[in-house]
Design a protein around this ligand. Sequence first.
Ligand code: CA
Length: 612
Amino acid sequence: MKKLIIISLLFATTSLFAQKINLQKVEPPNWFVGMENTHLQLLVYGKNISKTDVVINSEKAELKVVSKVQNPNYLFLDIDISKDAKPGNFNILFKLKGKTKAKYSYQLSEKPKRKRGFSQSDFIYLLMPDRFANGNPDNDSADGLLEKINRSNPDGRHGGDIQGVINHLDYIQNIGVTALWLNPVLENNNPSYSYHGYAITDFYKTDPRIGTDEGYKQLSDELHKRKMKLIEDMIFNHCSENHWWMKDLPTDNWVNTNKDFHTNYRGSTITDPHASQSDYKKMTEGWFVSSMPDLNQHNPFLANYLIQNSIWRILTYDLDGIRMDTYPYPFKDFMSEWAQRLHAEFPDITLLGETWLHKVPYTAYFQANSPISGNYNSHLDCITDFSLYYATKAAFNEKEGWEEGLLRIYNIFAQDFLYANPENIVIFLDNHDLDRYFSDVGEDMNKFKMGICVLLTARGIPVLFYGDEILKTGFEYQGHGHIRTDFPGGWKTDKKNAFTKEGRTEKQNEAFNFIKKIADFRKTSKALTEGKLLQFIPENNTYVYFRYTDNEAVMIMLNNNDTESRTISWSRFSEILKNYNTGKNIISGKKYEKLDKITINKKSAIIIKLKK
Ligand code: CA
């Protein structure tokens, strides 16, 4: 009997020790007053935190629900922020038998006023922060972060950072771009291949090798001073296997399936009326790769966590847009809720989804108010035009055929009836996952320029991948490191500095100036940034299309012939040209006093601003 008492006493002491409370995380770490939606759900993490009683005694906030989940180290707190709450802090107390064991001072700030998104009037520059410029060699490696700098490894960390971007904003702006999209800047604490940023280990922390949270906000402020915009790259489909919660998951359904069950990468299964359930499950619940767990956005706590993370990031970093990676892979009902809740809070923000799908209808389905998505509405503003990408990749390398050559581009635009809003599509010649465009066209400057002409005059929002303006080369099959090489001049030891005119070759300056000339014109042209598109079927290896408003028009002509110039009579285009008397080539400056016929050189493009 005595023995039994001793044992149970021992047991009681042990369980008291077991209830040691160690508060580690409250996320979102702070929030805002003046929000449209006054509901806030906090994730609280800490050893045995669910054993505590949570108390909030404040006029600012009311604790509505405390939710426990499978793992006793988590709590989810549903809080209502008072409509009248003023900025300031309130305490969240975690008590055990009446005694406060942990306390978190929760800060509420005024919701910043913001009214911006990006649109067709913008020209976006995409850059990979690790590969652009090293503005701070002291942060190349950091204590506690697994992967250290190794610039000789194409897949290693090279030391580029946010300070490097800030240092070269004059250069970036001088290209004629108006918005910046950085590959992800959040912490990627992975042992190798961590530079690209798509395997996040903390949704609330800038990777210290890329910069600080303050530095990221400084970049945002510097861009806004220049009337430029910041687009943040996010990933809700997956996180890294090294994300902090992977060691101690809140619930067993926080992530889907397991690391051996991979996605089939077939976005068609989302829209296919005949898709099998097993294919659909593989697409949406399979892991992107074994090191990136597939997040289950059907867990309501995780869904809230991700949506609030977006809201927090928009407000904290004054973002103008979000580019969502691997958009078709997360559950589409969740992605729709995400877009709706963000738009309810920020009507002007632009949400872009990466829809890497090879056919127009697959892509069009995912745009808000799609005419072909049945009862489903994604509420997503903007999608990526991979169809036009594949067309411009091939067109200038081909002879004309019923579907080949310039017909490829014509046929993409001819399918715009499938889109709810064909102007709100991001267009590009390449990006961080694709062959460099200059390599695609066999390093042929004429073909390169034709591609640039289409990029900057087609409907949609153009994106330039960093370094295309200096004719960077590389094929994806060589490895991603080869299409994401360092920008020359971004590192102190670099022998060449392509940030300056003097540091670029003659050919690089030719490419840079060509892009800049059209981009600068584009900024001033309502026809190119707001106008409609009128196209004429390609004939004889030449293709003519117009962008126009009621008051102005721009004529774009492409001759895809390898050997001969073409003379085109303008009578075919009289339905629009009847409104105009003269024209000016915006690249060469040549004036056309009479609009009757024009000769266009082999393998070239002309852009003519028409005048009444
Ligand atoms: Ca650095």
